[in-house]
Ligand binder design. Structure first.
Ligand code: AGP
Length: 612
């Protein structure tokens, strides 16, 4: 959601901050703004609804000069996208500015308390923050102390940056709860603050991720941290990314690039963890004793969106590989139920970003109940990785396209490894069985590459089907989540209405939708469920529906049954979702491109959802 970026140093700050914000565009936003502490000692604010490019064009030939700036891309929650509602927001003097990610849940009460002597210029909840700061500064505090006090007055979760003309050379940053991360980047004689790494990578890889409750006082040459009013030490860590990895290169879109990177992402997720010679799976960040794992009676998997779909596939792994009772739920539903869980429950959370507010809240609840937790996550240093007892990183590098692709396939792979590892540690998978699970995973990156090599067929399909406005996706068993994800991808990037259903459910309602204008995408796997899927295809055809079947190489009968077919190579039943997901990603991408959609930044969507 909102992007945050700040700079303090020796260089002109505004272009650096706007460039950083443009690297966070993928987070999703509707307005943009920057405040510069000018060499003259005044704060100059420039903000507007629209894109960063619009603001940059507006500033051409009149860039505000100054060596310190904060900037923001806003994803509207309170108050429509408009120039006035864009951040930064100032206090009454105009000398103090704030940018914010999160929701001030008690903003109405705070506005009332601030009273008539404060004039508000926007409809946002955020605007109470500079005014509270203004009051707190009047009590003789410095900016960092005033922000500490202000954060205690706010309800909800927040990431805040503030600077004041009366304290030049300082940007203060605060993180409270799970409203998205704040990362401090260490340069030479200059420092940076951002909501996410891509803004920092052109400048530095040495970073500190703020903990819940941290305040950072960032100057050009020093950064101090405090938490709970006391100084704390935060050692910078080097992140293993480089700016090239977050560049689009020759690709037209990040989504296209990231779909293409999937064989490598799968390989990186497996690397060093699956020991083929000894038939073992060892996960470097899951150091949980066999006796603790042995005490677990059931597994609960949670996630949102694409990560939920990966978790739904993971449930099959825990049941079939680790032989453990497993259930799966949408994190935002699970957290508001009264789930009966405790120390004998393993909560497996799946999150690309590790910052999704509902997933973090589910983890918080699990922590309160004493559950053991493992997170499947791509976001190095993210909040989810700090809350869990064990981590399986998906090692995909940064994913920039809003629609998750490579992190989805890597998460499925990671869940497979986790189920193997836990089954092994609980002593229920012997060497021979483990060999059987590991053998197909060794071929998976290559086979994923094979599917990608057939991408031209997908372009033809997209050409033919891009004109339809409704799609039904059907699958069974482990391919039910696959079709849910196929439908989600199509919705997200091409704005086509699509629904994913377990094929057995079709006759209980969705069949009423079937007509020649509602194409059906059906995944037909090998094994017991194949015949059932063929029956479902027959039922669609009997109602003049059009069927695109995704089948396994060699299943030639599908040609007769379906209108169009796309084949993937054969792998084990358990790993087949990795391969059948790829044609659906390619289909969604190609259809969206044909329809002229903004593939990497679909309307209304944010890469990381930090509000409920
Ligand atoms: C997927 O294409 C979407 N961007 C979205 O559904 C996403 O998977 C969801 O918001 C969860 O995000 P997370 O994996 O970062 O927790």
């Amino acid at each position: 959601m909102c992007g945050i970026n700040g700079y303090v140093g020796e260089r002109e700050a505004a272009p650096i901050v706007l460039d950083g914000l443009s690297r966070l565009e993928y987070r999703g936003y509707d307005s943009v703004g920057v405040a510069v502490l000018q060499d003259s000692g005044e704060v100059s604010i420039h903000k507007r609804a629209g894109k960063i490019g619009d603001l940059s064009s507006e500033l051409t030939d009149r860039w505000p000069t100054g060596k310190q700036a904060i900037g923001h891309t806003r994803w509207a929650t309170h108050g429509k996208p408009s120039d006035a509602n864009a951040h930064p927001h100032a206090d009454c003097t105009g000398r103090l500015v704030v940018i914010h990610n999160g929701i001030v849940e008690n903003h109405q009460e705070l506005r009332r308390r601030l009273g008539d002597e404060h004039t508000f210029a926007s409809e946002t909840d955020t605007e109470v923050i500079p005014h509270l700061l203004e009051n707190n500064l009047k009590d003789g505090m410095n900016l960092a102390d005033a922000l500490t006090k202000t954060m205690n007055q706010l309800e909800g979760a927040h990431a805040v940056l503030a600077m004041s003309a009366d304290e030049p050379g300082v940007i203060v940053a605060a993180r409270a709860g799970n409203a998205g991360g704040i990362v401090v980047g260490y340069g030479r004689g200059e420092n940076y603050v951002a909501s996410d790494l891509p803004a920092l990578l052109p400048h530095t890889r040495n970073v500190v991720f703020l903990d819940d409750g941290d305040i950072a006082v960032v100057r050009a040459k020093t950064v101090e941290y405090r938490n709970g009013g006391r100084p704390v030490t935060r050692e910078p860590q080097e992140v293993p990314y480089d700016p090239v990895s977050v560049a689009k290169g020759n690709y037209k879109h990040f989504m296209q690039k990231e779909i293409g990177e999937q064989p490598e992402a799968i390989l990186d997720t497996i690397r060093g963890r699956a020991n083929f010679a000894e038939a073992r799976v060892d996960l470097e960040d899951v150091q949980i004793s066999p006796s603790r794992l042995g005490s677990i009676k059931r597994v609960v998997l949670v996630g949102m969106g694409t990560s939920l779909h990966a978790a739904m596939i993971g449930r099959h792994y825990f049941e079939r590989i680790a032989r453990m009772p497993a259930e799966v739920d949408n994190a935002s539903e699970w957290r508001y139920r009264e789930p009966v869980v405790g120390p004998d429950t393993l909560l497996v959370s799946v999150s690309q970003s590790g910052e999704t507010v509902d997933t973090l809240a589910a983890m918080e609840l699990a922590r309160e109940r004493g559950c053991l937790q493992v997170t499947i996550c791509n976001g190095i240093g993210s909040q989810a990785t700090r809350m869990a007892d064990g981590i399986v990183y998906t090692r995909c590098g940064l994913e920039i396209g809003v629609a998750s692709t490579k992190t989805y396939l890597a998460a499925i792979t990671a869940l497979y490894l986790l189920a193997c590892h836990i089954g092994q540690e609980r002593g229920i998978i012997d060497r021979e069985r483990m060999g059987g699970y590991l053998e197909p995973i060794a071929h998976l990156p290559y086979l994923a590459g094979e599917v990608l090599a057939r991408g031209a067929e997908q372009e033809e399909l997209a050409h033919e089907f891009a004109r339809f406005d409704n799609f039904l996706f059907l699958g069974r068993g482990i391919h039910y989540p696959v079709v849910m994800e196929g439908a989600l991808k199509l919705k997200e990037v091409s704005y086509i209405h699509a629904e994913g259903y377990p094929a057995g459910e079709m006759k209980h309602g969705p069949i009423a939708l079937i007509d020649p204008d509602v194409p059906v995408v059906a995944v037909v796997q090998k094994g017991d469920l194949r015949a059932k899927m063929i029956n479902n295809i027959e039922q669609v055809k009997a109602r003049e529906g059009t069927v695109i079947a995704i089948g396994v190489d060699g299943d030639d009968e599908l040609e007769e049954k379906a209108d169009r077919t796309f084949y993937v190579p054969e792998t084990s039943d358990l790993l087949s979702p990795v391969l059948t997901s790829i044609p659906m990603q390619l289909f969604a991408y190609n259809v969206a491109v044909r329809r002229g959609c903004d593939v990497d930044q679909p309307r209304n969507l944010a890469k990381t959802v930090t509000v409920e």
